[in-house]
Design a protein around this ligand. Sequence first.
Ligand SMILES: Cc1cc2nc3c(=O)[nH]c(=O)nc-3n(C[C@H](O)[C@H](O)[C@H](O)COP(=O)(O)OP(=O)(O)OC[C@H]3O[C@@H](n4cnc5c(N)ncnc54)[C@H](O)[C@@H]3O)c2cc1C
Length: 596
Amino acid sequence: MFSYATSGILDTVTVTVTVVTIFQTVGETIVATRFEPLIATTIKPSLKREPRCDEAVSRRSRVPESGHSMSQVKNPGTSNHFDVVIVGSGFSGLLCTAYLTQAGIDKVRVFEMTPSVGGVWSNGGVGAYPGAACDVPAYTYLPFLDRTGFIPSKKYVSQPEISGYAELLVDHTGIRDKIRFSRKVVDLTYLGEQEKVWQVTTQNTHSGEPAEIVTCQHVVTANGPLSSPRLPEIPGMALFKGESFHTAQWDQSASLKGKRVGVVGTGASAAQVITAIVDEVQTLTVFQRTPTWCLPRDDEPTPPELAEKFRAGGYGESLRYVDWKGELPPAEVAFSFDDLHDEQKNAAICAQITARLNKEVQDPEIAKRLTPDYPFFCKRALFIDDYYTTFNKPHVTLVDDDGGVVAVNENGLQIARGETYDLDVIIYATGFDSNFIPFRIVGRDGATLADKFGANEANNFQMTTPHSLWGMHVDQMPNLYMMIGPQSLNPVTNVTLLCEQQSKYIAELVTKMQAAGHTQVEPTIDAVNAWTQLCNSTSKGKVWLRCNNWYMKTTKTDTNAGREASAGMWMASYADYLQHVLGERGGSQDQLLQFS
Ligand SMILES: Cc1cc2nc3c(=O)[nH]c(=O)nc-3n(C[C@H](O)[C@H](O)[C@H](O)COP(=O)(O)OP(=O)(O)OC[C@H]3O[C@@H](n4cnc5c(N)ncnc54)[C@H](O)[C@@H]3O)c2cc1C
């Protein structure tokens, strides 16, 4: 028996016993729920992609360089100056706003480029495709359940429910008036030692015209690790006569009924789409380059006894509690973060999933082609019911070619070994550009975040060499805080837990600075170097070194682009991370940060 808990990983940590209720069952075996999926594929973008920081720079010709000559720009103390500006209103931005407000810091402005809150889960957001659902149980994923009194309808809630919940959270915390919608931040510039403020330049996403320019003392980048869909660059894509779109840019007007549909990719979004649309389409052809380990969710409506526990209060918080101090006795969990990286234990998990797969998939040849040859969770795993059994349906074809799709023609797709497939609709389930720098950030002495993090046009503005303290503070960027940035989370962390801890941290830091009369905070270069070195060492012995994956920057695309492996992720446990940030392992705030 093994298990794997959602609310944090069990390294030096234990999770409260109540978390056991969220474990999954595979056959006779209890296994993990899954957490965070910083999805990426190895296919390059082309169609509707987000502008990059180079483009943001060129757009600056349409907005003032320094802002001093513009009538919109006001000095601190005016209505255009804020204590804190937050970029984005996903769970990171919302929780940060809520905690700041709760701490009495009221002059907060949130800029959100879309018309609604919820980030990836918002209606029309990148996670709004058929079948989209969180694959961490809602009971642990959704923050503030005790405060809002909301009881999730089922264990794994789908996108509309998460989006609705984000709206409820905003109303419940009373922060809606702080948010400016349809405002895209295109530039963050630190105005220098005299002014000691950041200038935030925005654009109206409806008109594309320059919009507010404001200043602030603190700035939080909560723009999300996965807001930039990655479309492949396959020759001939524009020739296709039917409909084609990325899962993250789902064409809500498209009808799949009775159509010959092809899905390119077999990652998490693909699996959700495949199982959601399979009974609607005439034929479904799934183009697989690499098979994926898949565990069932055993989804179910929230049982009455669980609803009762929520109603009693405090239950939501107990599920989200991670005992990073290690004060509690070990919880009833048998599969820890360490177990995942233990070769024998990992092999046992693979054997159990394979046995289930072989039982569920009728054609042994298809079962074989669906079986990965790398350890469990070396690449992101799927958590979905009915994925394997979908391939028993007579109108579903698995096209397996590790060379992938190499060409698109007016009628369909061609794979590497030469076969062509005629289709009416092509769905690209090709993931996201993660840790992408979508706008220009200029700190002290003209230093840019892109330069500091090794992002440039040649590598498609990926942060290839991040240098930070705890993935939040960056030297030469005073009072700038990154949320869910690089160097802060491993591939199995429930992201909203980190959103909440980082939000609390920022609110406490800003409060502490106000109380002490400090105006600026910046990490020491030694602290940044030490954290970067530590991050790079955390991959040692981890399962993520045992296959090519985007986490370690070892995909074909990464290798072709000459990216160095193992830059950018915190690969130790979430509890370890908290021990550094909250428990002062590695140094106290006063040692690692410079206040002035
Ligand atoms: C399809 C999908 C499924 C996922 N499933 C899970 C899961 O099961 N479990 C899990 O833990 N995590 C999951 N994630 C990861 C997810 O990113 C996090 O759980 C969480 O939603 C991150 O919240 P966030 O606020 O940091 O980012 P986001 O939700 O991405 O929000 C960022 C916000 O910033 C806005 N923004 C971006 N750039 C700008 C700009 N320049 N100006 C103004 N606004 C801007 C965006 O519009 C967006 O609203 C999933 C992600 C995706 C894409």
